[in-house]
Design a protein around this ligand. Structure first.
Ligand SMILES: Nc1ncnc2c1ncn2[C@@H]1O[C@H](COP(=O)(O)OP(=O)(O)OP(=O)(O)O)[C@@H](O)[C@H]1O
Ligand SMILES: Cc1cn([C@H]2C[C@H](O)[C@@H](COP(=O)(O)O)O2)c(=O)[nH]c1=O
Length: 211
């Protein structure tokens, strides 16, 4: 296995990805491990601008293919400007969402097709895939309730989709996991934050710290 890893975090809204990534980065830094945290869509100026366009709650007329292409465009810019240079510099990269989000949300839940969305993404980033993906599994209703209860971030256009849509997203992730069973590990995200952090740490510690 390579020395440094490209690790992605996936899951429905409010699953706890951002919260846990921040805590894991702190722990890795305490072990003097060189790590970069980033997110999709976004992470760099151009991709953050694309994010604003995609997630603006006023953009209800956005066509699903436009949406899929914008996510892929943001991914291409972010990957080649930020992720790949960090990996080449020997850092571990922890990324909040990546290609599996497109496969689950646009490919499955929007109904474009997983293979079609995969091919758009192959144009954007070639065959590049994460080394390991941690999928945070949670009932969409529980995740959405967390977001509405805590009010820590603005509710965006995707959050505003129906519960049925978010349930389709979860089913989409299950389809994606069937395709990539070795890469994607399932995390039970319906536990306390501390328990989720421990579950993630136990996986990453083996790969990143104890080598
Ligand atoms: N295990 C947990 N139990 C209860 N609340 C949690 C848990 N994990 C995160 N939260 C809270 O839920 C909210 C959403 O968490 P967070 O932003 O980390 O989720 P996320 O998966 O990154 O969401 P999204 O992808 O929708 O941005 C935050 O207010 C966070 O404090
Ligand atoms: C990368 C990516 C993301 N999405 C969706 C998933 C979320 O609803 C938003 C991002 O918001 P977050 O608070 O940063 O999780 O975008 C998507 O549909 N397709 C994608 O490829």
């Amino acid at each position: 296995m390579k020395n440094n890893l490209f690790i992605t975090f996936e899951g429905p809204e409010g699953a706890g990805k951002t919260t846990v990534i921040n805590k894991i980065i702190e722990r890795l830094q305490q072990h003097n491990i060189d790590v970069l945290g980033t997110r999709e869509p976004g992470g760099i100026e151009i991709a953050e601008k694309i994010r604003e366009v995609i997630l603006n709650p006023a953009h209800t007329a956005m066509d699903e293919r436009t949406e899929a292409l914008l996510y892929a465009a943001a991914r291409s810019q972010h990957f080649f400007e930020k992720v790949e240079p960090a990996l080449k510099a020997g850092k571990h990269v922890l990324c909040d969402r990546f290609i599996d989000s497109s496969l689950a949300y646009q490919g499955f839940a929007r109904g474009i097709g997983i293979d079609e969305v995969l091919s758009i993404n192959e144009f954007a980033i070639g065959k590049r895939m994460p080394d390991i993906t941690l999928y945070f599994d949670i009932e969409p209703a529980v995740g959405l309730a967390r977001i509405h209860a805590h009010n820590e971030r603005e509710v965006n256009r995707l959050d505003n989709e129906s519960l049925l849509f978010h349930e389709q997203v979860r089913k989409g992730y299950y389809e994606v996991i069937k395709r990539y069973p070795n890469r994607i590990k399932i995390i039970n995200a319906d536990q306390s934050i501390e328990e989720v952090v421990e579950e993630v740490w136990n996986i990453l510690r083996m790969l990143v710290v104890q080598k």
